[in-house]
Design a protein around this ligand. Sequence first.
Ligand SMILES: Cc1cc2nc3c(=O)[nH]c(=O)nc-3n(C[C@H](O)[C@H](O)[C@H](O)COP(=O)(O)OP(=O)(O)OC[C@H]3O[C@@H](n4cnc5c(N)ncnc54)[C@H](O)[C@@H]3O)c2cc1C
Length: 470
Amino acid sequence: MRGIVWFRQDLRLADNAALVRACEECSEVIPVFICDDNLESMGRIGGASQVWLHSSLKSLASDLREKGSKLILKKGKALTVLEDLIASTQATHLYWNRCYEPSIRKRDEAIKTKLKASMKVQSFKGNLNFEPWEVLKKDETPYRVFTPYWKKSLLEERKPLPLPTPIDLKAMKSMPASLSLESLDLLPSHPIPDWHTPMMSRWNVGEKAALKTLNDFLKNNIASYKTQRDFPAVRATSTLSAHLHFGEISPVQIAHYTNAFAKGDSDHEAAAKAFLRQISWREFAYYLLFHFPHTLSQPLNKKFERFLWAQDYQDDLRKWQQGRTGFPIIDAGMRELWATGLMHNRVRMLVASFLTKNLLIPWQEGEAWFRDTLIDADLANNAMGWQWVAGTGVDAAPYFRIFNPRLQSKKFDKGGDYIRRWVPELAALDKKYIHEPTTEMSKECSYPLPMVDLKVTRQRALERYKDLKS
Ligand SMILES: Cc1cc2nc3c(=O)[nH]c(=O)nc-3n(C[C@H](O)[C@H](O)[C@H](O)COP(=O)(O)OP(=O)(O)OC[C@H]3O[C@@H](n4cnc5c(N)ncnc54)[C@H](O)[C@@H]3O)c2cc1C
């Protein structure tokens, strides 16, 4: 029997249910990745993520090669590519791990319906601890608020062991033809400006790198995760998000290795709980996407469809994107994003609040910019993060959640180290002024003056919110 394993957001060999089952059931296995450029969500993959995907596929291909197999790369409409491949290889089985984005689910359902008439098609849980339909309220409806969802999932907690990498990948003797990685066109077509080479020089990509990142984090940082994770100048978080997005590591592996590391030490156990709670936020994002698919681009709370956003905001949006708002912590975050493809979570909340509350720019604009520039851009996490900050329905806050960037900066970047790192023109300022340089200081440092009055714009946002409520 010959089987195809269709890799998607599970670019790893360990804890890969589809791969394990294929190697159990088939005598020959063909690993395939398809760049489905007809798919809406493929078109949604931003520039930074495409660059990461390029490296991730390279790494997966190399890991498969080491084990005597080969990654077959294809491009085109997934159903057509699969049908061609099935015809040319006489494959009788098809395996994949499930994805949850609405357009992917629709496509996968259509593929399953079409192909299962002539072959065995199986899908598996590969990217979540819980399937979205496994955690429901007593009345069988989905949660809209995180904490009760999290508590319920803790009650239901199972602790599965990660699946090992199959010893024999059952490589087909004469593998079908593959495209070259370059021909998938994932790297930017214009070499100038070269933004991606310096960005990627900061990251190690692939399954081995993901496991090393987790191990290093457990050894060096988890103990301080709970107390330090909100401070952007400190390297206290795991930086696993891009690895998780592309499935180079699974949440089951993360939970298992984290619990095993922490076991028996009460401080580590508390830290592990705080860390795994964030992994549950990721689960919750996928959960919301599954149950409320419209929230990718529309507010969860329909009332917000009537919210009065600003008009003609292109200049303001550009200042925000380029880190030229005149608010040092906001500019530091936006410049960190451009240089590294990542932004610290606390700062993501601040820049999102600034965009949606102080500038009144629709959250979808921020979501789109993040999607294009983040290496961990993830439709579920990104849309939920933006809706959470914008207050448009996810975990709605009673007081409309408006962060004051200066107060937050003084609290979470007290010494100004994060600002100094990313806004070098302010590096010489004393910590007393770095969060809020005087007009003279800003001029001397060639740093922009604040683009808005925080108090006035806060009041304006609150009034719009009140209007909406009434
Ligand atoms: C406006 C906004 C947009 C965001 N967009 C994305 C995105 O596109 N992709 C993305 O992966 N995360 C997103 N996040 C969530 C969070 O900022 C990142 O997951 C986190 O900063 C990644 O760093 P880390 O891996 O070191 O996190 P850690 O603190 O080490 O957390 C471990 C993992 O838990 C998950 N996680 C942590 N915090 C959150 C959270 N608040 N929501 C959902 N999952 C979480 C991530 O997978 C993360 O890798 C967004 C948050 C906001 C406020």
